[in-house]
Write a protein that binds this ligand. Structure first.
Ligand SMILES: Cc1cc2nc3c(=O)[nH]c(=O)nc-3n(C[C@H](O)[C@H](O)[C@H](O)COP(=O)(O)OP(=O)(O)OC[C@H]3O[C@@H](n4cnc5c(N)ncnc54)[C@H](O)[C@@H]3O)c2cc1C
Length: 201
């Protein structure tokens, strides 16, 4: 993906912390990420270490009848066995559906497989799941081509995440395999000529 940026004339410098500014420019835009800023809500609420509101799987905060969704909330995920914060549009869209159900007396839980899509230089990029830096990365296809997929397998060979560029079928199948905690054969995953679902063990 870095090559897409370079081809578009973007000077992409990775692993280069900014220590000072020495630029000849009229304007400088500094955009170095986002973080929750909700502590002003006070001590009645419980917070995650990163400052997000800590909520249950039902998206309830520690204050009665107050719910939180989206980027500012770290919800308890049964799927991952811990509180997670997902900074994706899809997560912010689904959360309110769970809250509406619970406000109306239900007991719905919010635990979708995390998903985002983005368009980068005319390419459709979709990512589903959540992988750890230690997961095994398996490339499906040629990264120089217009369409390819990268999968991650955890230490039990379960599919933890898939990043699909112009590969909607891999994305859809990847989502099903992640939801089912499917164990996959890495060599078959790496073969783009076979459907991803045929890599199950
Ligand atoms: C540059 C950028 C690119 C992104 N690209 C993608 C992408 O490609 N795909 C994807 O899935 N996600 C992407 N995201 C993430 C996605 O935008 C967020 O996950 C999503 O918008 C979160 O929705 P939200 O409703 O939780 O929060 P927000 O969309 O941030 O909405 C919070 C709202 O609350 C308002 N607000 C804050 N404080 C107060 C207050 N005290 N009183 C009243 N209102 C207040 C804010 O003004 C804002 O309108 C991107 C985010 C950024 C910043």
């Amino acid at each position: 993906m870095a090559n897409w940026y370079r081809a578009a004339g973007v000077d992409l410098r990775l692993d280069s912390p900014v220590t000072h500014l020495d630029l000849d420019a009229d304007r400088i835009l500094v955009a170095i990420g986002a973080r929750p800023d909700v502590r002003w809500l006070g001590d009645s609420f419980a917070y995650a270490p990163d400052g997000a509101l800590l909520v249950t799987a039902q998206l309830r905060t520690s204050v009665g009848n107050v719910f939180a969704v989206g980027d500012c909330a770290a919800y308890y995920s049964e799927r991952y066995g811990k509180h997670i914060r997902v900074e994706h549009w899809d997560n912010a869209l689904r959360g309110p559906q769970t809250v509406a159900d619970n406000v109306l007396g239900g007991s719905a839980e919010h635990d979708p497989v995390p998903y985002f899509w983005s368009e980068q230089f005319g390419r459709m990029v979709q990512y589903v799941g959540r992988h750890a830096a230690t997961d095994k990365m398996v490339v499906r296809g040629d990264l120089g081509d217009a369409a390819w997929t990268v999968c991650w397998l955890d230490d039990s060979s379960r599919l933890s995440a898939a990043l699909a560029v112009g590969k909607p079928r891999d994305l859809a199948q990847g989502r099903k395999l992640i939801t089912a905690s499917s164990v996959l054969d890495a060599a078959r995953v790496a073969d783009p000529g076979r459907p991803l679902t045929s890599a199950t063990l």
